[in-house]
Design a protein around this ligand. Structure first.
Ligand code: PHE
Length: 329
């Protein structure tokens, strides 16, 4: 009997030390199983009770139960302590710094051409021009006929023009918007049109689809001087105050006189577009009284401006969807 009591008190001492030494909850669970589990040391002692005198059994059984309760209490206390320190270790380790900047996202952004287009639209809007629009699939009449192109003009040739079924073409320039915007209206007009145009051409600086801006103004006393003033303001807004323009006499069926213009760039000249005074016949084709009104018009590609602005060397790079190019700011 004495041996069981001693064993129990030894067991309690060992258990207590092991419980205190446990460093994790998992560890503690194992320690508890070692003493109180079905295959643990306490169970082994209890199994020995059967060999005792019946009179002894009750007392030893009672003190074994008392030992068990004490050990359970130590385990519970230790578990609570370990859980609390786990929590605070966890908190200390994973501190959330709410003052850190958020992770940068990868937002979409506008295509270089779209950015230039919007800039141009803003500029002309600020000058009192209204934005007009026209379709990319256009009648032969609006793209050519009403603009004074004779039926046998080479621009209608297969080399330049994409023909579409019916009497339609992919518009070869934004000048179709002149016809659409002026027909059925009475001047004064101040319009700009921006959009895609199509020509059968492909090399480092030409693409079969490109973008133009068309501007025109019609009033009772609109002059070539007004045209130059607007073009200078536009060129300097787009490409810098030091830009110079050069006007070269040229021919367009829909303007008279006509000029091609270049802008100064790195010691040379780059072709920018065409311009001129709207041909009286074009005004008449739109039902505008050419005795009373006169106007100017200009049209130029804007892809090149986007390429110069963003340092894109080939026009094809603009349209093949490569984010390394399109992602530039
Ligand atoms: N439409 C002409 C072109 O595409 C440019 C232009 C527009 C010329 C308006 C004169 C007036 O080449």
């Amino acid at each position: 009997m004495a041996s069981q009591t001693e064993e129990l008190s030894q067991l309690e001492d060992d258990a207590r030390a092991a419980i205190e030494a446990a460093t994790t909850v998992q560890n503690l669970t194992e320690v508890r199983a070692g003493y109180l589990g079905r295959k643990g040391s306490l169970a082994a002692i209890l199994r020995g009770i059967g060999q005792l005198e019946p009179a002894e059994r009750g007392r030893v059984g009672q003190s074994a139960n008392a030992s068990k309760e004490r050990i359970e209490a130590w385990v519970a206390a230790r578990r609570q302590a370990l859980e609390a320190s786990d929590r605070s270790a966890n908190l200390a380790q994973h501190q959330l710094d709410t003052s850190l900047p958020g992770a940068a996202g990868y937002p979409g952004q506008l295509h270089p051409v779209t950015r230039i287009e919007r800039e141009i639209a803003d500029f002309f809007t600020s000058m009192g021009f209204a934005i007009e629009d026209g379709p990319e699939v256009e009648t032969d009449f609006n793209n050519f006929g009403a603009l004074n192109f004779p039926d046998d003009h080479p621009a209608r040739d297969m080399q330049d023009t994409f023909f579409v079924e019916g009497n339609n073409v992919l518009r070869t320039h934004t000048s179709n918007v002149q016809i659409r915007a002026m027909t059925g209206r009475t001047p004064p007009f101040r319009f700009v049109a921006l959009g895609r145009v199509y020509r059968h051409d492909l090399d480092a600086t030409h693409y079969p689809m490109f973008h133009q801006v068309e501007g025109f103004m019609v009033d009772e006393r609109t002059s070539f001087g007004d045209l130059k003033g607007v073009l200078y303001a536009f060129a300097r807004h787009l490409m810098g105050q030091e830009i110079q323009l050069r006007f070269r006499p040229h021919f367009f069926p829909f303007t008279e006189p006509s000029a091609e213009m270049d802008f100064s760039w790195q010691g040379g000249w780059l072709e920018w577009g065409g311009c001129g005074m709207i041909h009286p016949q074009v005004l008449e084709n739109c039902g505008v009284d050419s005795e009373r009104f006169q106007g100017f018009a200009f049209g130029m590609g804007i892809d090149r401006s986007a390429m110069l602005r963003f340092g894109i060397p080939r026009i094809t790079h603009m349209f093949d969807g490569d984010l390394r190019i399109l992602g530039q700011r």
